[in-house]
Design a protein around this ligand. Structure first.
Ligand SMILES: [Mg+2]
Length: 353
């Protein structure tokens, strides 16, 4: 099946969060994304979402740099091209260095388009299975409110809670919260806030009984992560360190982690994400799908990704209502009994409103 790309449209969506999201690195109060729609010659429309932040605090890209790269570079490269498979987009963009979040937004739309033209749900198109996807929530860094937020998450049916941690946090408080909710699985995410001289602080967090500690050290700190993997009993999971396939190979070679967070957008889209999944499957590396405080289009792609074998941990999958008064998809994403059900409709399975 070949598809000729007839139209590519970029639309800015801006909305405040229902409540501010406070990470170690940044507080997010409002979100702006670029909704990308790609129309093929048969008339189907595929959707992607560019989830770069306003400033380069999380990745090097910003929503402004992505808009420039999409408009001036990527859209002209794809417009009116006839492609036989969505993997070909990666090759069309090969001469463009970096800018993976911009590439992902348009590439993901093409995957949605191909699945729709095939009449298949995206999860099926990529070889996943129709399992319920376990939902997980992130609790941000206000220590006084952690217990309250965890209780609310448990009430709302989430099974996994991720707590943002940093070296100065009180370990006893975390221990008591975790002990109070034995039915929940707890992850810790340090967002690289530990350093060589706070290694012993990290060891204190090893006693908390988290299922994993995510990204204790900086993105390029392979040796420190290898040391942590060796000396801690808690599993080490890498997020910010994993920006491409080669980073996963590096983690495996250096024994710098047990688990990988899949952020399709940071990886540059489906083609690279599927390669990462295959590599992790081969080496029995655990995986889960991470979130970017995104809207429903990005989340729908990520839900499809989570249907693949080997993605064993619950991802950052919250209901639409968790961040937004109103999501950009219909129906909105809901969590029932701790799960999100995959849509059986073609492509991402949601109508974009
Ligand atoms: Mg993270």
């Amino acid at each position: 099946m070949a598809v000729t790309i007839r139209d590519i449209h970029l639309k800015t969506v801006r909305q405040p969060l229902r409540s501010p999201f406070k990470a170690v690195l940044q507080q997010v109060e409002e979100r702006e994304i670029i909704l990308v729609s790609v129309t093929g010659d048969v008339g189907d429309v595929g959707y992607g979402e560019c989830v770069a932040f306003e400033t380069p605090w999380y990745t090097e890209e910003t929503i402004t740099s992505c808009r420039f790269v999409l408009e001036q570079v990527l859209v002209p490269l794809l417009m009116n091209k006839t492609i036989g498979s969505p993997q070909e987009v990666w090759n069309l963009f090969a001469a463009v260095k970096g800018n993976r979040m911009a590439k992902a937004a348009i590439e993901m739309a093409v995957w949605d388009l191909f699945a729709k033209q095939q009449g298949e749900p995206l999860w099926k198109f990529i070889g996943g299975s129709p399992q319920p996807i376990s939902a997980g929530i992130v609790v941000a860094a206000d220590p006084l409110k952690i217990e309250e937020q965890v209780a609310l998450a448990a009430q709302s049916g989430y099974r996994r809670v991720k707590i943002k941690i940093h070296p100065d946090m009180e370990v006893a408080l975390l221990k008591s919260v975790i002990a109070a909710f034995p039915e929940l699985q707890f992850f810790a995410d340090a967002n690289g806030s530990f350093q060589k001289d706070s290694f012993n602080r990290l060891q204190a967090f090893d006693e908390v009984d988290f299922a994993l500690i995510e990204q204790p050290f900086g993105e390029r700190e392979w040796a420190l992560h290898a040391q942590a993997k060796k000396e801690l009993k808690t599993k080490i999971c890498l997020d910010e360190s994993i920006a491409c396939l080669e980073d996963v190979q590096q983690m495996i070679d250096q024994q710098a982690g047990d688990i990988v967070v899949l952020k399709m957008s940071r990886l540059g889209g489906w083609t690279e994400a599927l390669k990462v999944v295959r590599l992790c499957q081969t080496h029995s590396i655990g995986m889960w799908v991470g979130g970017m405080i995104e809207f429903g289009v990005s989340k729908a792609h990520n839900l499809a990704l989570a249907s693949l074998p080997g993605i064993v941990y619950p991802g950052d999958f919250s209901a639409s209502q968790h961040f937004w008064e109103k999501d950009i998809i219909d129906p909105e994403i809901t969590v029932e009994n701790g799960n999100i059900l995959l849509s059986n409709r073609p492509g991402i399975g949601y109508r974009v409103v």
